[in-house]
Ligand binder design. Structure first.
Ligand code: HEC
Length: 104
């Protein structure tokens, strides 16, 4: 699969790769994932734990990213989430997913 990256995203991906090599990857995923996920809390509650629409925190790794890809493909939902999911690259969906999965 070919993914087009905007320069800013490519830079973020590079930073992430460097973080892999440097060590505290968890912290890097955490900071970026949390920033990305802050956009979700208006509807899904602080830290994704409601009140609001479906609870999106504390799912197993991969679940949220899978759902968001289904929304993006138009296979799921009423359109609200398709619009949101479309705004993120695959890499960003993974960061979102990883961070949200750590929220209990
Ligand atoms: C404008 C409000 C709004 C925002 C912002 C929003 N969502 Fe949603 N989300 C919804 C609604 C409404 C539903 C349920 C309706 C549907 O399935 O289309 C939903 C459903 C979901 C589901 C499915 C949950 C399940 O158990 O089936 C996931 C996963 C999800 N959202 C993740 C996210 C993530 C991640 C973000 C941030 C990038 C986000 N949402 C931002 C409104 C929102």
């Amino acid at each position: 699969m070919k993914t087009r990256l905007k320069p800013a995203t490519a830079a973020a991906a590079t930073a992430l790769t460097l973080a892999f090599a440097a060590g505290p990857l968890h912290a890097q995923v955490g900071a970026t994932g949390r920033l990305l996920a802050s956009n979700c809390f208006q509807c899904h509650g602080t830290n994704g734990k409601g009140p609001g629409f479906d609870d999106i925190a504390g799912k197993s790794v991969g679940e949220i990213a899978k759902k968001l890809k289904e929304f993006r493909a138009g296979k799921e939902g009423n359109g609200i989430m398709a619009k949101h999911a479309n705004g993120y690259t695959d890499e960003q969906l993974v960061l979102l997913d990883k961070w949200l999965s750590t929220q209990r």
